[in-house]
Ligand binder design. Sequence first.
Ligand code: HPA
Length: 268
Amino acid sequence: MNEVTRAANHIQSLAGTEKPAMAIVLGSGLGDLAAQISDPVEIPFDQLEGFPVSGVSGHCGAVICGYLGGARVMLLSGRVHYYEQGDASAMRAPIATLAELDCPVLTLSNAAGSTRQDMAPGSLMAINDHIDWSGRNPLIGAQGDQRFVDMKDAYDPALRARLQLISEDQGHDLQSGVYAWFSGPSFETPAEIRMIRMLGADAVGMSTVPETILARYHGMKVVAVSAITNYAAGMSNESLSHSHTKTQADKLKPRFIRLITGFAGSFA
Ligand code: HPA
């Protein structure tokens, strides 16, 4: 038995064997969604073989199994970022474990900076494609032909359309755009933002892309939402900091929680 099977078995021994309708990875400052989970069973990452332990404030590592909007979900609170250890595959074991548990959908979230004047802080953006500007890939070292993952429609078009409808029903615009992954942890420079805007990015951030690649490798469908916490570097007079990201994410949280709860409910 390998570590992924052992982690999956451990989760099932504590939380039961009901198949999750989806899993959710929470971004910076968006951890409060965990409080919305009913009948929660919380399993800290350090009890699960191969799971990473994050040191970033605003992230505390645990798998929370329960119900959201009536659907069976698994929430991963506390992702580990590439910039923590220089390891693009830091989330390899958690994503592989979700696949082992037969979880069909992975919903990713993050805080991000907008490169578009017409997408102000306070917006939510469904990611429709990405640019892997870090040049890293979590599948480096993986064996077999399965590693040559097709990344067209990596962000599932039908599920994005569903998310859009749910947002409209809730009375909110949901932006749609391309997310560019920068390694961090320093923020981008204004020159980098001018460059990446020319290359087609609508938002920039330090996460999500490795999890998307890993999830597609395992055949899971992916949906991803960026909470736009700021204009990207050089676009406003504001200086960027992690505390600014968390404060702004806090303001978006109620809308984010409603949207994701509504989305989960569509699987119930
Ligand atoms: N850049 C990178 N990551 C981010 C940003 C940003 O402007 N805002 C929130 N996370």
